[in-house]
Every structure is written in structure tokens, then in C-alpha cells.
Design a protein around this ligand. Structure first.
Ligand code: NAP
Length: 251
């Protein structure tokens, strides 16, 4: 129960990595505020029920991370409910693969709105209370794509490189107030996004074979690193980006 007495707010938590993190952080003692787009409210309620089995408190709220006023009001509501937010997990993300030459502006903007601006808006909304308390944990779910882009993911990779850069700069801007900011760079995780991205069994077999551990990731594989960054175990770690990819990328 290393996170006992802490409250974590997680974005994009109705399925995949976000849902696994909600349940995983709760299993380690955290109360959770789980959020996702309004259209995912039924799925979010199912995650809330799963979290409920851990006996930690859970509040489910609709949140579009691209909308500044909604972000601020959700952070306010969550803070009223739990007293404070100790941990923010910026997990919401989108990936619509397309070669750069075929990419329309709308798709480019949508990726930067969710994957980059969303990190900025949610982080800025929780920082004032964290600065006041001289304590806080920000965890950005980036991607190994942010280290090295691959064809059809240039725009996505650019947003994830931005998330890693924001992690490094925020860490230096807020570290004096006892706040750490770290990123997790998942490899290929078999969520809806991961499966859509892989597309074919051939691709699954290829990347499984490339991985040092000879398997692709499960959302639960992200929980341990997130608990590390969320807890006192990582008190002297900030501004870092940790690859959690089963050994498919090494830099
Ligand atoms: P996922 O299954 O697609 O879940 C992402 C969730 O975010 C969905 O519920 C989605 O809702 C929500 N979302 C989209 N736009 C949003 C917005 N504007 N505000 C709030 N929520 C929004 O994805 P995942 O695989 O769990 O990925 C989670 C994070 O890990 C993402 O940041 C992703 O880039 C990163 N990641 C994933 C992988 C992988 O292989 N799966 C690898 C590296 C990094 P809708 O479906 O309704 O849009």
C-alpha cells in the first residue's frame, strides 16, 4: 500500500493502459479520479466498479483534455472530493496512422491537441496546489515512438517527442517545489490502440520476434513503472523518460 492516502487523477482511463493504471494505482492504495471523454462514460463506469473492488475510493468524471475550462473544473471537482490531487497521469492519447505526405491539417491538429496540449492543460491545472503543498507527481504516458518515429506515425511521434520534452522542461521548472515529472514510453501494448496500429498477425509476429522478451506488452506491464514514479521509491528521479517495451528499443 505504498500509495496509501494519495489521490491520483488519470486521463483516458476508460480502457487500455489508463484503465490498468486506475486499477493498479488503487491496488497500491491510491484513491483515483478516473476520467475520459463523455462518450466513454459507460466504459468508465465499468472501470470504476473494478477500482471499487480494491476498497479505495473512486470518482469517475467526463473530461476532454483539450478543453481548458473543462480540465480546470474537473480538477476543482476532484480536489473538492478528495482534498487534493497528489498524482496526475497524463495518459489520454490518439493515434490515427497516416503517411506524412497524406496527412491533413485536421488530423495533425487533433494529435497535437490531445497528445501534447492535453499534457500542458492538465499539468498546469494541478500544479498550483502541488506547488503550495511542496509535493506532487506528474507522469506522462509518452511512447517509444517519441524516441524514433516510424512510417505512418510521423505526426504521432512528433506529439510524443513533445511530451518527452515537456517532461524534461517541467521537471526543471517545478522541481524546486518538490514535484517530480517523469515519462513512461510504452512499446507495443495490446490495447485497442496497439492492436489497430499493428493491424495484421504478420506485424504482431514480427514485433514479437524483435522484442528481447519475445512478447508484446499488456496494459498491466505499465503499472509497476507508474507506481515507481508515483511513489516515494522515486524521490530523487525527475525529468526522465523510461522505455517500457520488452526490449524493442534501447535508447
Ligand atoms: P486507447 O486504448 O486508445 O485509450 C485511449 C483513451 O483516451 C480512449 O478511451 C480515448 O477515448 C481517450 N481519449 C481520446 N481523446 C481524448 C481526449 N481528448 N480527452 C480525454 N480522453 C481522450 O489507448 P492506449 O493504448 O491505452 O494508450 C494510452 C496511452 O498510451 C496513449 O497516450 C498512447 O499514445 C500511449 N501509448 C500506447 C501504446 C500502445 O501500444 N497501446 C504505445 C505507446 C504509447 P476515445 O476512444 O473515445 O477517443
Amino acid at each position: 500500500m505504498i500509495l496509501e492516502g494519495k489521490t491520483a487523477l488519470i486521463t483516458g482511463a476508460s480502457r487500455g493502459i489508463g484503465a490498468a493504471l486506475a486499477v493498479g494505482l488503487a491496488k497500491h492504495g491510491a484513491n483515483t479520479v478516473i476520467t475520459d471523454l463523455d462518450r466513454q462514460s459507460d466504459e468508465l463506469a465499468k472501470v470504476a466498479a473494478q477500482v471499487g473492488e480494491t476498497e479505495q475510493k473512486c470518482l469517475a468524471l467526463p473530461l476532454d483534455v483539450t478543453n481548458k475550462s473543462v480540465v480546470e473544473s474537473v480538477v476543482g471537482e476532484a480536489t473538492d472530493a478528495f482534498g487534493q490531487i497528489d498524482i496526475l497521469v497524463n495518459n489520454a492519447g490518439i493515434l490515427l496512422p497516416k503517411p506524412l505526405e497524406e496527412l491533413d491539417e485536421k488530423t495533425w491538429d487533433a494529435h497535437f491537441d490531445v497528445n501534447a496540449k492535453g499534457v500542458l492543460l492538465c499539468t498546469n491545472a494541478v500544479l498550483p496546489q502541488m506547488r503550495q503543498r511542496k509535493s506532487g507527481r506528474i507522469i506522462n504516458i509518452a511512447s517509444i515512438a517519441g524516441r524514433q518515429g516510424v512510417p505512418t506515425q510521423g505526426h504521432y511521434a512528433a506529439t510524443k517527442a513533445t511530451a518527452i520534452t515537456l517532461t524534461r522542461v517541467y521537471s526543471q521548472e517545478v522541481g524546486m517545489d518538490g514535484i517530480t515529472v517523469n515519462a513512461i514510453c510504452p512499446g507495443i501494448i495490446l490495447t485497442e490502440m496497439g492492436k489497430n496500429n499493428l493491424g495484421s498477425q504478420e506485424n504482431i509476429d514480427h514485433w514479437t520476434n524483435v522484442a528481447a522478451l519475445k512478447r508484446l506488452g499488456d496494459p498491466d506491464d505499465i503499472v509497476g513503472p507508474a507506481v515507481f514514479f508515483a511513489s516515494d521509491l522515486s524521490n530523487f528521479v525527475t525529468g526522465q523518460a523510461l522505455n517500457v517495451c520488452g526490449g524493442i528499443y534501447f535508447h
